[in-house]
Design a binder for this molecule. Structure first.
Ligand code: SF4
Length: 709
């Protein structure tokens, strides 16, 4: 028996795992006591990792046009068909759709190939569905997409506010840390702001079950309340921010009285004012926000409304203080680091970052390529599939994600995939219903086989280690990308033989001639302190938080501690936020507000977690959660079957009557896919409205009708 240290592949907490390996099998997993994200803890999903392995159901050979094939044939086909589409229609007819499940090294190579060498800007990721609004809010406020906090801040805080986050189910180890912190410090208060009463509410000293979509009204109201009660930190505002007057004026456009705000949010005014008072009277406040804030057509504004309140009170850049976006996926952050969003170029640089195009062109040595680096941003996820629907994009490479399940209007996504002339899918599992749309299928290695890095919600880079060989002919994604690049004539730039070489290049690019742009910006994303690691040093890399450079060789726990932000003048920007309702309006045909989310023991489309009977026991089938009053009025009962009708389809699920559900609203899980239940696709219910700034879809605010079955 041997032990191997690695990182859990599920949520953005990024827990360290110690795997016990016997012969060629992982027989047990434990939390890594040395990993600073979890200090030995694991949740039920993490502790069942070894139950989800095994070669059954894995893709083990490439498939070309429905026929099992070999790698040479498949790679030749990928390269020649990509080239044919590009030659006929130009680079913008090519696209890639990636995933927060990919390792940073896979992401880096994909971004370099598609943007740098194939010259298309259309490379986006399923992280668009997860935290794109938080990214945009960070950029607007701080001048850069940078999370200021670390997990320790939850333990250092006097007040923790959870907004749109069921931490107990979706980031369970962070919930455990918060629970222990509260036991150790009875003065630590927790406020939960969420339309649903979830398990997270067990920790709450105060629960605010607000009307869905009214978060911005609540936080603009808080800003106005702080101003009216003289609870602002005028010294901090003066020294470190810009735009306060405009932000306050916008907040005061609506009635700023507590009664009026409470009425708009459908809250009890006394409880709301208690929250306002708690927030305003503590300096060490962490506001942890997640998909309940982000998955909205005003998600970016909601994020900025939260950040505004922190800036106005000087509650940032201190231990136990700051707005803290928690990512859903294990490597949503790592994808952002290498440019995995369509609005990014590379290495955290946007297209409009001063000097970015020139810097990347010289680093990748793409000067002589025609086409060369794109001039501007590409299609974000929802728009990308609309471009496929219109026939503008005709070749798509999908890696480690299933847009036919997770995007809104899955009916339209499936139709777009069906008409797309070239769909390449890199996946681990043979049962993914996405494969039905693939012209070429590439079998990918999976967790415990892949070797690389991931970055968690607190900017901590950790190693995922290859412990077992991939089954059959499954291969690493970075390898498949490099082999295609070689066949396209780019071999010199894609000659990596090990992920450590890719990581080294990524680290060097982060610090490459970054002489332009604001000082803080240049320092912030610089991980050049991790460049030059040889294989042994890369393998032994301990978890570390970026930036990592000459000024911070041991990494950086908190950002903005000196009050300087990544804007040209170093001042944070307060954003004028005006609350607006969800875009998916309720009407007589679809009178119920739909909320979607995860359940505790499943992950995404269940390709892995459904393999564990223990995990399936928690929620064995798709369900619809509904308030008792609505259940009675609509004639459905606990454990009965019901059908939801939404924008693009039906969803059939078992009824769960819950007092934690607000009247007029229903909740469904997002996990079930066509393989497990073709009639329970939550994405089919959601219309494809997106946040105008971030492009994130409004997955929390659907409009549906319910019928008993
Ligand atoms: Fe894995 Fe997240 Fe659970 Fe940690 S909290 S063990 S990262 S699923």
């Amino acid at each position: 028996m041997r032990e191997a240290r690695t990182t859990c592949p599920y949520c953005g907490v990024g827990c360290g795992v110690v795997a016990s390996v016997e012969k060629s099998e992982i027989v047990d997993v434990q939390g890594d006591p040395q990993h600073p994200a979890n200090f030995g803890r694991l949740c039920v999903k993490g502790s069942a990792l070894h139950e989800t392995l095994g070669h059954g159901g894995r893709l083990t050979r490439p498939i070309v046009d429905g026929v099992e094939s070999d790698w040479d044939t498949a790679l030749d086909a990928v390269a020649s068909r990509l080239r044919a589409v590009r030659d006929a229609l130009g680079p913008e007819a090519l696209a890639a759709y990636l995933s927060g499940q990919l390792l940073t090294e896979d992401y880096y190579v994909a971004n370099k190939l598609f943007k740098g060498f194939l010259g298309t800007p259309h490379l986006d990721t399923n992280s668009r569905l997860c935290m794109a609004s938080a990214v945009a809010a960070h950029k607007r406020a701080f001048g850069a997409d940078a999370v200021p906090c670390c997990y320790e801040d939850l333990e250092e805080a006097e007040l923790v506010v959870l907004v749109g986050s069921n931490l107990a189910w979706n980031h369970p180890v962070l919930y455990q840390r918060l629970k222990v912190a509260k036991q150790r410090n009875p003065l630590l208060r927790v406020v939960v702001i969420d339309p649903r009463v979830t398990d997270t509410c067990e920790l709450a000293d105060l629960y605010l079950g607000l009307k869905p979509g009214s978060d911005a009204r609540l936080f603009t109201g808080l800003l106005a309340w702080m101003a009216a009660r003289n609870k602002l930190d005028r010294v901090y505002l003066e020294a470190h921010t810009q735009g306060f007057e405009e932000a306050l004026a916008a907040a005061q456009e609506q009635d700023a009285g507590v009664e009026a705000i409470a009425a708009d949010c459908d809250l009890d005014a006394e409880r709301l004012e208690t929250f306002f008072y708690w927030f305003a009277s503590h300096l060490h406040v962490v506001t942890l926000f997640s998909q309940g804030v982000n998955q909205s057509t005003s998600g970016t504004d909601k994020g900025n409304a939260i950040i505004n309140c922190h800036l106005a009170g000087g509650k940032i850049g201190l231990p136990g203080a700051g707005p803290f976006s928690i990512t859903g996926q294990p490597n949503a952050m790592g994808g952002r680091e290498v440019g995995g969003l369509a609005n990014q170029l590379a290495a955290h640089m946007d297209y409009d970052t001063p000097g970015a195009r020139d810097r990347v062109t010289r680093f990748w040595a793409t000067e002589r390529l025609v086409p060369c680096l794109p001039e501007g941003p590409g299609h974000k996820a929802v728009a990308l599939f609309e471009a496929i629907e219109r026939g503008e994009v005709q070749a798509l490479w999908i890696m480690a994600t299933n847009p036919a399940v997770s995007l809104p209007r899955t009916d339209r996504v499936r139709a777009a995939l069906a008409k797309c002339p070239l769909v390449i899918v890199s996946d681990c599992m043979a049962n993914a219903d996405l494969l039905a749309y693939a012209d070429i299928v590439l079998p990918a290695s999976s967790w415990s086989e892949k070797d690389g890095t991931v970055t968690n919600s607190e900017r901590r880079i950790s190693r995922q280690r290859g412990i077992l060989p991939p089954p059959g002919e499954a291969r690493h994604d970075w390898w498949a990308l490099c082999e295609v690049a070689k066949r396209l004539g780019f071999g010199e730039a894609f000659g990596y033989t090990h992920p450590s070489e890719i990581f080294d290049e990524h680290a060097r690019l982060s610090g490459f001639e970054n002489g332009e742009g604001p000082d803080e910006w240049r320092r912030l994303f610089d991980i050049s302190g991790l460049a030059g690691l040889d294989r042994a040093a890369y393998d032994a890399l301990e978890p570390i938080q970026w930036p990592v450079n000459a000024a911070a060789p041991r990494g950086t726990a908190r950002l903005f501690i000196d009050g300087r932000f990544a804007t040209p003048d170093g001042l944070a920007r307060m954003v004028a936020v005006r609350s607006r309702p969800p875009a998916q309006a309720l009407d007589a045909a679809r009178p119920l507000r739909l909320n979607t989310g995860r359940v505790r023991d499943q992950w995404h489309t269940m390709t892995r977690t459904a393999r564990s009977p223990r995990l399936m026991n928690h929620r064995a089938e798709p369900f619809i959660e509904i308030a008792p009053e609505d259940a009675a009025a609509l004639g459905v009962e606990e454990q009965g079957l019901a059908c939801l009708q939404g924008a693009g389809g039906r969803y059939v699920g078992r009824v769960r009557v819950s007092r934690g559900q607000r009247r007029g609203e229903v909740f469904v899980p997002m996990h079930w896919n066509g393989y497990f239940s073709g009639s329970a696709l939550s994405g089919a219910l959601i219309d494809a409205h997106v946040d105008p700034v971030s492009g994130q879809p409004e997955s929390k605010h659907g409009a549906v009708a319910l019928d008993p079955l």
